[in-house]
Design a protein around this ligand. Structure first.
Ligand SMILES: [Zn+2]
Ligand SMILES: [Zn+2]
Length: 406
């Protein structure tokens, strides 16, 4: 079937350039979703709109159901790749601000690869049997999209898959290679908003107030002990204070301070331990400062763990080795980034595998995802993503070739 890849390459490259030039922010992917809808319908898929995402279903006889997911959103980043097809778009975000927007995480690659796979599977229905579910989700970057589809009844609207797949273009491995591993491959992540309440006062009269600036600084310092002193040395955890905001002027002690924290872990008990430590430390520091009211602690943008099923991963890996050759299949070292992909298989209660594929050739300087200079090589990246998707789906749905004389 992959001999037919040449047929999809030209429209894929054209579509990639267009999507790259017209990126959309999380949960605003209307034009991308319309394009995906139109293409899937033209390939012969039944198409459903679910929670801001698009699902194409291709029923092709008896057999397993395989779900392949791609994400569609871009980021509020001003593109600095220098590419002839660089995005110059600005959009209005959910807070009403005008922001630049760029496919700085490569989700345009994911959309085009998943559409190419859907097209090839539709064209070569004679080589497989079962049902292919091509799912395009919105809002990965804000952890909202997979939840939005599940909340809109995804589980009741599409056939229950036996297995689910997702993939991401990365700076490693090299372009043309895939990387996969069983077990945790992406961390669980969460943001925490902490608001502490002091009592405002004149800067010259600190004894009449409760200073939230000193309190906030004390919380930041004390939080540094959580990973260093409470997490076992062999366990992975990150706790970053990304923002501390309080006050407006040198001679005013403000009323309150707000801290934004980010957590990562590969183990849910470690993550729970981080959360409990944050609660305990913030409350205790507020007590120590004599705050007039308790702090507010709110979790947001929570990402689940991406934990590849052992058997599914073994089967996908064997299919990759068979298709790409051993030298193009790498071990995926756990990535500290997070994904909401697993929300979808978890909603169905089915096993999954998630892998990375390379976007940068040897003569390019690899630039990390989310960087304004993130510019994966169009090829072999699109071809590798497309081939990986088809190969994994066929590892469940493929029929052994029937010889002509039977
Ligand atoms: Zn991203
Ligand atoms: Zn991404």
């Amino acid at each position: 079937m992959l001999a037919g890849l040449g047929d999809v390459t030209s429209w894929q490259e054209e579509l990639y350039v267009r999507l790259h030039q017209e990126p959309e922010l999380s949960m605003q992917e209307t034009r991308t979703a319309a394009e995906v809808t139109r293409r899937l319908a033209s390939f012969g898929y039944e198409v459903l709109q679910v929670g801001g995402g698009v699902v194409g279903v291709l029923r092709n006889g008896p057999g397993p159901v395989v779900l392949f997911r791609a994400d569609m959103d871009a980021l509020p980043v001003r593109e600095a790749t220098g590419l002839p097809y660089a995005s110059t778009r600005t959009v209005v975000d959910h807070d009403g601000a005008t922001v630049p927007v760029m496919h700085a995480c490569g989700h345009d690659v994911h959309v085009v690869a998943a559409l190419g796979a859907a097209c090839l599977l539709a064209e070569r229905r004679d080589t497989w049997s079962g049902t292919h579910v091509a799912l395009f989700q919105p809002g990965e970057e804000t952890a909202a999209g997979a939840h939005s589809m599940v909340e809109d009844g995804l589980v009741d609207k599409v056939p229950r898959p036996d297995v689910a797949f997702g993939q991401h273009v990365l700076t490693e491995p090299a372009a043309g290679e895939v990387a996969i591993a069983a077990g945790p491959v992406l961390s669980t992540g969460a943001c925490v908003r902490v608001k502490v309440f002091g009592r405002g006062s004149h800067g010259s009269m600190p004894h009449l107030g409760v200073d939230p600036v000193v309190l906030g600084a004390s919380i930041v310092t004390r939080l540094q002990t959580v990973v260093a002193r409470e997490v076992a040395p062999g366990d992975f955890a990150v706790l970053t204070v990304g923002s501390l905001q309080a006050g407006t002027k040198a001679n005013i002690i403000p009323d309150d301070a707000t801290l934004l924290l980010n957590l990562r872990a590969y183990d849910l008990t470690v993550r729970d331990r981080l959360r409990a430590a944050i609660e305990r430390i913030v409350h205790a520091e507020c007590d120590a400062s004599g705050c007039p009211r308790p702090p507010e602690i709110e979790l947001y943008e929570t990402y689940p763990l991406t934990d590849n099923d052992t058997e599914v991963t073994a089967r996908v890996t064997a299919a990759f080795v068979d298709h790409f050759g051993e030298h193009r299949v790498r071990h995926l070292d756990p990535v500290t980034a997070s994904e909401d992909f697993s929300v979808i298989p978890d909603a169905f209660g089915v096993p999954y595998a998630y892998w990375g594929f390379g976007g940068f050739t040897a003569d390019q300087e690899p630039v990390p995802n989310h960087n304004p200079g993130f510019a994966p090589a169009m090829q072999p990246t699109l071809a590798t993503g497309t081939e990986a998707a088809v190969t994994a789906v066929l590892a469940w749905l493929g029929r052994p070739a029937v010889s002509a004389d039977r």
